[in-house]
Ligand binder design. Structure first.
Ligand code: NOJ
Length: 728
């Protein structure tokens, strides 16, 4: 225990000075301790306490299994957090506090839509707000650090982890990822109610072959940088405190052993100043990958590559002392890793406020403000895909409505995967929410037996059928080989269709499913993702028209599994002839159809209907030519031609026609959510400059190249209203 105040304990000194002072006082074993993250329950609480006293615990992960996303976890034990912290602060030689990490992915107790659903809102302010609420609830329970945002671009919906990211687009993921970082960390992460963020999984984890989680990936440096790296560049710019190195093997190297990715690209090129944590057991898994001989070898390779803290496998503590003595690791690299971890602890204000105020914990949960944000965000995440004869919105009286399908009364399932602290009973089911919203209507439900469901549909004027996925089919390690709806749901839908009662299908799912059969049978289709605690109410708000749908697809919706991978920002084929192929679509004219399937998707990226009708006209550009470092302003007139107010996510796409390397047919480079009353118009402007127009070319730089650019403004990746400009 330390008594008089030492320089590193003095909050008035600059962080760099405190880090330097502390580092100079540390023994080798204490340094390695800072690089060690232990499971809160590892080999019993008693061992963690002993290790903490010896200064061997840098961080605790408040989780109890490797399948963290899919299994119930130990709760964040408030008293135990303080007990272990007290040992670290008062009984260890230097009193360095422990950093507690936990997966707070889309909410703590108040569960927001799955990140893929949040992405459909195209609303960075609201997404930031949600992360802020999650941080407030989590930090009141002793969590200092969350392992989010997940920034993996996903182009394969078989991969269960597609739910955790923002979809297929680098620009959208960058904007929302940065918003999440700001929401978690605030301007100053040491403020109460904030947590450190962790951008993961660096890098290109979404390339796993066949959509099989943990499988290896192959990806050219060109795509790695222009697609997968972009969101991490944005997160680093937003000041994200930590980055997680992925488990997988890419281009022949496990990421957690890749000096190229962790040190050259992340730390040197992007200038990342925070620390890198390896994903769960990623260091020892290098042995299984065939990239390390044993634990000692794996530890040396991971530290040398650029991993700063090791999650749960303890090889740094066990082996790096000998490795240093043998000259296998560099002392300066080791100090750099320790300095990075200490900096984050100072940044979090842990030395000043290591303990948790346990009295704040419960009162901070499920606040009306958090619930309101969850409801608005869920509402904005809902994507209306079809609304034949304006069946929606439904009137609140005068009709008999049957609420059917396997998820009609679901509560926990609406929260989705990666929920440790959400409670099913906090969730209002869709059927209950509909009843709350329209007390004058008569709703019927039925047991999930075909005959009962059919009879309920026969006796109703409209059937709301809630289909989709169990969260158990999504998230970590949960991949599927067949993207269709579970077979029993197809059978149910067909039987309900035959009753002739109009069907409103609500799809609650963790991935974009090829729902062609649903589109054929239902008059209206609302894609709801897994919408969280307030999801039922959000769905009722939209179905009854208290809210106007405005969500847009953050991923392309394929017609069938055989089209995967299918994404809007692909390269043009060499035999692209506009209009030559049947079912021409502006982003798919370079793709040859299959003999047994079209080239175009069911719905393009960015698509989503409204209850009102928006039109785009009068595109204008302030300059026809700019220099490489200049900016151009492009705008279009958005008009609400319908009879009700609504919001439209206006999107701006760019194409660089000729480059030193080939460029995608279109790329999203701006978006804005605009609310308009009936018959109102607004001019919506986007500015395009070096950040939007540059790309990584073969000179190893991110630059703007001269030439002709196309630009389109509209309501999806198929936007037709376009113009051009030149960069000289
Ligand atoms: C493994 C997952 O890949 C990662 O996303 C998560 O943060 C860690 N486990 C910790 O639970």
């Amino acid at each position: 225990m330390t008594t008089s105040r030492l320089p590193y304990q003095d909050p008035r000194l600059p962080t760099a000075e405190r880090v330097r002072d502390l580092l100079e006082r540390m023994t080798l074993s204490e340094k390695l301790g800072q690089l060690n993250q232990v499971r809160a329950d590892q080999a019993g609480v008693a061992l963690v306490r002993t290790q903490a006293k010896a200064g061997l615990v840098g961080s605790r992960i408040l989780a109890s299994t490797a399948f963290a996303g899919n299994e119930a976890q130990l709760v964040a034990e408030l008293e135990e957090n303080n007990t272990v912290q007290r040992i670290a602060c008062d009984e260890s030689r230097l009193g360095i506090p422990i950093l507690n990490g936990r997966d707070v992915i889309h909410g703590y107790r108040t569960i927001f839509p799955i990140p893929l659903g949040q992405a459909a809102s195209f609303d960075p302010e609201l997404v930031e707000q949600a992360a802020k609420h999650a941080a407030a609830e989590a930090s009141a329970h002793g969590v200092h650090w969350t392992f989010a945002p997940m920034l993996d671009i996903a182009r394969d919906p078989r991969w269960g982890r597609i739910i955790e990211g923002c979809g297929e687009d680098a620009y959208l993921t960058s904007a929302l990822g940065a918003a999440m970082v700001r929401g978690f960390q605030g301007v100053d992460p040491s403020e109460p109610g904030r947590v450190l963020a962790c951008a993961k999984h660096f890098l290109a984890y979404g390339t796993s072959e066949g959509g099989r989680d943990y499988a290896s990936g192959e990806c050219s440096d060109h795509t790695l940088r222009n697609v997968y790296l972009e969101p991490f560049r944005a997160a680093v710019r937003a000041g994200c405190a930590t980055v997680m190195s992925a488990f997988h093997n890419i281009n022949g190297e496990p990421v957690s052993g890749s000096h190229y990715l962790l040190t050259r690209v992340l730390k040197d090129e992007l200038g990342f100043q925070g620390f890198v944590i390896s994903d769960w057991a990623a260091v020892t898994e290098m042995i299984v990958h065939g990239a390390a001989e044993n634990d000692a070898d794996a530890a040396v390779k991971a530290l040398t590559a650029g991993v700063d803290m090791e999650m749960v496998t303890g090889t740094f503590v066990a082996h790096l002392e000998a490795a240093l003595a043998n000259g296998q690791i560099d002392a300066a690299r080791l100090d750099d890793a320790v300095a990075r971890v200490l900096r984050a602890k100072f940044q979090k204000g842990l030395f000043e406020r290591p303990y948790l105020d346990t009295t704040r914990a419960t009162s901070s949960l499920l606040s009306p403000a958090a619930r309101a944000t969850a409801r608005t965000l869920a509402t904005r995440s809902l994507v209306l895909l079809k609304n034949q004869d304006s069946l929606l919105p439904l009137a609140k009286e005068g009709r008999r409505i049957a609420v059917l399908g396997p998820l009609a009364s679901a509560q926990g399932e609406l929260m989705g995967s990666w929920v440790f602290d959400g409670v099913a009973s906090d969730v209002t089911s869709i059927v209950d929410a509909l009843g709350e919203s329209a007390p004058k209507l008569k709703f019927s439900t039925a047991p999930l037996m075909l005959d009962a469901q059919v009879q309920a549909a026969q006796r109703a004027d409209v059937a709301i059928v809630v289909l989709g996925e169990s969260p158990l089919r999504t998230g970590e390690a949960n991949n599927i080989a067949d993207l269709s709806l579970p077979r029993d749901q197809e059978v149910l839908l067909e039987a309900l269709y035959r009753t002739g009662t109009p069907i409103v299908a609500v799809i609650a799912a963790g991935r974009p499913l090829p729902i062609g059969s649903v589109l054929e049978r239902a008059q209206a289709v609302l894609y709801a993702w897994h919408p969280g605690t307030e999801g039922g109410r959000a769905i009722a708000d939209v179905l009854f028209g208290d809210a106007c749908p405005s969500g847009k697809l953050p991923v392309t919706l394929a017609r069938s599994l055989g089209q995967v991978p299918i994404f809007y920002n692909h390269k043009n084929g060499g035999r692209a002839v506009n209009g030559y192929y049947p079912f021409f679509a502006p982003t798919h004219h370079g793709i040859r159809p299959y003999l047994d399937e079209l080239a175009t998707p069911l719905f393009p990226f960015g698509f989503g209907l409204s209850y009102t009708r928006f039109g785009y006209s009068d595109i204008s550009i302030d300059r026809s030519e700019i220099a490489r470092d200049e900016r151009v302003k492009v705008s279009a007139l958005l008009t609400n031609h319908g009879e009700r107010s609504g919001a439209e996510v206006v999107q701006c796409y760019v194409r660089d026609y000729v480059g030193s390397v080939t460029r995608p047919v279109r790329e999203l480079k701006g978006f804005r959510r605009v609310e308009l009353g009936p018959a109102e118009s607004a001019r919506v402007e986007f500015e395009l400059g070096p950040d939007e127009l540059a790309f990584w070319n073969n000179s190893g730089k991110r630059e703007v190249e001269p030439g002709r650019f196309g630009v389109w403004i509209g309501g999806s990746a198929y936007a037709e209203l376009g113009t051009e400009f030149q960069v000289r």
